[in-house]
Ligand binder design. Structure first.
Ligand code: SAM
Ligand code: SF4
Ligand code: SF4
Length: 352
């Protein structure tokens, strides 16, 4: 077989393919109001059938080919990835993959945390390195209203503790802030996780999908988050730990740990976006805001060899010119979603 290039696959803007996010299911046990609102994701919603999802063999093959093209980081997501039956088995197969230089891939997973109390140890044993847990509020009533399935916040906090105990740390906690919904908890969240060794990251609410009715007024700018925390607990900036890192990191001056802010709206980071995404049904997306994906499942099931698969992946990446968030802020004096009439993919489909 022809030797695949080990690194250095630039797109049209010189950004190399480095990270692959793989959605393993479109289903979720939560109905977060901004992600899978019940009115749309109700009883009649047509989730994928089992045979529509990429199989574990297909996912592993894709990841192997992608690592040959320069991918060094894999993140499993969903929907809720821990709902996919046998996820530990998939993780152990992905953990066994090696880059052309012989290194393991950096393997992580994003979860709502609900299954971590039960699954954390098995995930670690299977070879998972780290988890990111989404948590938008510490207030139980509010948390239950956001997930809209009455899931108690204490169970997610137990999940975070279980992950840390299992060695899946440092655990990252992702909080999406929405003005008027949870921005009054910025300080409480920061103080809850100060000194725990977990890294809390605040994410600006984005105009992804077509079901959440995004308006700019609901975005809490990262600069405000940093200002509000630093007013009580002084902060200093940290250098990025990896190129292309989406979070800007800040350290508490008193040594109590760090926080991160992800400014997807107010400070677009398209210039360093090295991430491709694969949906649960095997479509490749080169941007969170893309409306069309490339059907890799058809190739996988149509008898394509590794070389053909690599050529297809590389071909799509080389042609990539995406920079939605940059355009959103550059082309409007006032930031608002671009191209609203276009069909948008949902976060629960592509996994963030
Ligand atoms: N179910 C898992 C979870 O909640 O972590 C993984 C998938 S979920 C779609 C991934 C992340 O996307 C979550 O942290 C969620 O808060 C975030 N998300 C969903 N809609 C968003 C939006 N409009 N803006 C910013 N983040 C969003
Ligand atoms: Fe499910 Fe995650 Fe979306 Fe919430 S954010 S509905 S947990 S996929
Ligand atoms: Fe990457 Fe698209 Fe987000 Fe820009 S808008 S950072 S290109 S995913």
């Amino acid at each position: 077989m022809r030797q695949l290039p080990s690194t250095g696959l630039p797109d049209r803007r010189g950004r190399e393919l480095r990270d692959l996010r793989i959605s393993v299911t479109d289903r979720c046990n939560f109905r977060c109001v901004y992600c899978m609102p019940k009115e749309i994701f109700g009883r009649d919603y047509a989730f994928f059938e089992r045979d529509e999802l990429l199989s574990f063999d297909e996912i592993v093959r894709l990841a192997r080919v992608a690592s040959g093209l320069g991918v060094r980081k894999l993140r499993l997501t969903g929907g809720e990835p821990l709902l996919r039956r046998g996820i530990e088995e998939l993780i152990s197969e992905l953990a066994a993959l090696r880059t052309p230089a012989g290194d393991p891939l950096d393997l992580a997973l994003t979860t709502n945390g609900s299954a971590l109390p039960v699954k954390a140890a098995a995930l670690k044993a299977a070879g998972l390195r780290r988890v990111t847990v989404s948590l938008d509020s510490l207030d139980d009533d509010r948390f239950q209203a956001i997930n809209d399935v009455r899931f108690p916040v204490s169970r997610v906090l137990d999940g975070i503790a279980a992950a840390a105990e299992a060695g899946l740390g440092p655990v990252k906690i992702n909080t999406v802030l929405k003005r008027g919904a949870n921005d009054d908890e910025i300080l409480a969240l920061a103080e809850h996780f100060r000194g725990t060794g977990h890294a809390l990251r605040f994410i600006e609410y984005m105009d992804v999908g077509a079901t959440n009715g995004w308006v700019l007024d609901e975005v809490v700018p990262s600069a405000e988050v940093v200002r509000r925390i630093a007013a009580v607990h002084p902060l200093e900036p940290l250098e990025p730990s990896a190129p292309g890192e989406t979070a800007r990191r800040w350290r508490y001056r008193d040594g109590a740990g760090e926080i991160g802010v992800i400014s997807s709206v107010t400070e677009a980071f398209c210039g360093s976006c090295t991430r491709a995404r694969v949906s649960a049904d095997g479509r490749l997306y080169t941007c969170l805001f893309a409306s069309e994906g490339h059907d890799l499942r058809a190739l996988l099931r149509g008898g394509a060899g590794d070389e053909e698969l690599a050529d297809a992946l590389a071909g799509v990446w080389r042609e990539r010119d995406d920079r939605y968030s940059e355009l959103r802020s550059a082309e409007r004096s006032e930031i608002r979603p671009l191209g609203t009439p276009r069909r948008r993919i949902e976060m629960s489909y592509i996994g963030g």
